[in-house]
Design a protein around this ligand. Structure first.
Ligand SMILES: [Zn+2]
Ligand SMILES: [Zn+2]
Length: 130
């Protein structure tokens, strides 16, 4: 976790062994002394808030806010690529099936053309014999 930016939004203290921070549901980071014992209002914006202490392991809903954005972006790119690769495989299988079907239709058309030529020849021969 890159934490060069983490500080109490009220007194600007940085986290240390003596300074424990909490994340308020309004989005402000505050140290314990700045909360003044309050557990339901933010000392920065005075909104009614719930607090989550910043201790390891961070709860899943807030852990992403403390991850390196570049790593998260790379992970998102991997997810995108994985889904896109699967989308392409599916599309390719549709394409192959459609192409097979077209080839079958072309072959059928060729067979019908030959059949027509034969029938036309039979008709010509039949009318020449009369
Ligand atoms: Zn503070
Ligand atoms: Zn606040």
């Amino acid at each position: 976790m890159s934490s060069d930016w983490v500080h109490c939004n009220k007194c600007m203290s940085r986290p240390s062994a003596n300074v424990r921070l909490a994340l308020a549901s309004c989005g402000h980071l505050v140290c314990r002394p700045c909360t003044n014992g309050s557990t339901d209002s933010c000392p920065v914006c005075l909104m009614k808030c719930a607090f989550v202490a910043l201790v390891h392991p961070l709860p899943p809903p807030i852990v992403i806010y403390f991850q390196d954005p570049l790593s998260v972006a790379q992970r998102l790119a991997q997810i995108y690529q994985f889904q896109e690769d699967n989308r392409i495989r599916l599309f390719e299988s549709f394409f192959v099936k459609a192409n097979d079907h077209l080839t079958q239709l072309d072959n059928r058309i060729e067979a019908l053309k030959i059949e027509r030529q034969c029938l036309e020849q039979e008709i010509r021969q039949a009318s020449n014999n009369h």
